[in-house]
Design a protein around this ligand. Structure first.
Ligand code: AMP
Length: 303
């Protein structure tokens, strides 16, 4: 096992200007694992309730995700509901029900514990700590969101102090640090623990910062964005999947991983829920990564 993820597994109700879905497959660990599995072997840690459709588990298996760390518990599956504005960069959360995640106590299979790369997906920081305590990973990245920044700030700070990297969106970076300037916010987050800060900016791309080095990748320009849900987790899946596939965390590899993240996220948003990821192929992602290079590559400028 190269890469392990813990995160939410949910049934989402989502409404965008282009339609809506109910009880659709979602959750941070779902988007992460479906994208990362295109690049490396992924071990999945999470919990579902009795109402979770078997089809969801079958999809993970069919895409090569290792589900030995996925538990089925009594009670209901995690539920989340959101509505996007005309401007898809903004959404309102209408409902968050933790359900079976409230009493979840993750237990990692032995080979998961030894995996070199670990991603603590968006979920209660105390669960992120539980998984961290069981892992001997040498590179750990985390994600979080406003819900936990305001709801579990102390646990969140404990996780931050122990990870190598964080992926976070610009609004959350501001909430976490009180800094409205994104470069200052990244610097502030460095002080809380993670040496590498990845700030996701929706349709405006992603910025990575380590010490005084920065790299920026735009979002891939798409004509049809249908549902941005899971874009951040798909980005993280591409990012960590790339790092694990190449077993490299040099600055060059991190920049390449950022492009891999943007590439995977661009597929995820083209359909509701995980629909665009169900049959996505390695050839398709390779072709889009090549188009990405043409989009952003330019000859040296002589002024
Ligand atoms: P993203 O669009 O990248 O923020 O990810 C959206 C996914 O995160 C949805 O599929 C939700 O099920 C899941 N989600 C929403 N709120 C939470 C939360 N508080 N904790 C864990 N997962 C969440």
């Amino acid at each position: 096992m190269d890469l392990v993820v813990v995160g939410s597994v949910g049934l989402d109700d989502v409404e965008t200007p282009f339609g809506k879905v109910e009880r659709a497959l979602g959750g941070s660990a779902i988007y992460f694992s479906l994208t990362a599995a295109l690049l490396t072997r992924v071990g999945f840690v999470g919990v579902v309730g009795e109402d979770f459709p078997e089809e969801g588990v079958e999809l993970l298996k069919a895409r090569g995700v290792d589900v030995r760390g996925l538990e089925r518990a009594a009670g209901k599956t995690f539920r989340w509901s959101g509505r996007y504005h005309e401007d898809l960069n903004h959404r309102d959360t209408l409902l968050t029900e933790l359900n079976c995640f409230e009493h979840f106590s993750p237990k990692l299979p032995d080979d998961y514990r030894a995996a070199k790369y670990l991603f603590l997906g968006n979920i209660h920081p105390s669960l992120q700590l539980d998984v961290l305590d069981q892992s001997s990973a040498s590179f750990v990245a985390m994600d979080t969101m406003n819900f936990w920044i305001s709801g579990a700030p102390d646990d969140l700070r404990r996780v931050l102090a122990r990870v190598d990297a964080i992926t976070i969106n610009d609004e959350e970076a501001r909430d976490l640090t009180g800094q409205s300037n994104i470069v200052r916010a990244a610097r502030e987050i460095h002080r809380l623990g993670p040496k590498l800060v990845v700030i996701k900016r929706g349709e405006y791309g992603a910025l990575i910062a380590r010490d005084d080095e920065y790299f920026f990748a735009p979002a891939f320009p798409l004509e049809d964005v249908v549902d941005p849900t899971g874009a951040g987790d798909s980005f993280a899946g591409g990012f960590m999947g790339y790092i694990a596939r190449h077993d490299a965390t040099s600055w060059a590899a991190l920049c390449q991983a950022t492009i891999a993240g943007s590439t995977l996220a661009s597929f995820s948003v083209e359909a509701f829920s995980v629909d665009a990821l169900r049959s996505l192929t390695h050839d398709q992602i390779t072709a889009r990564a090549a188009a990405f290079r043409r989009l952003t590559d330019f000859p040296a400028i002589v002024l």
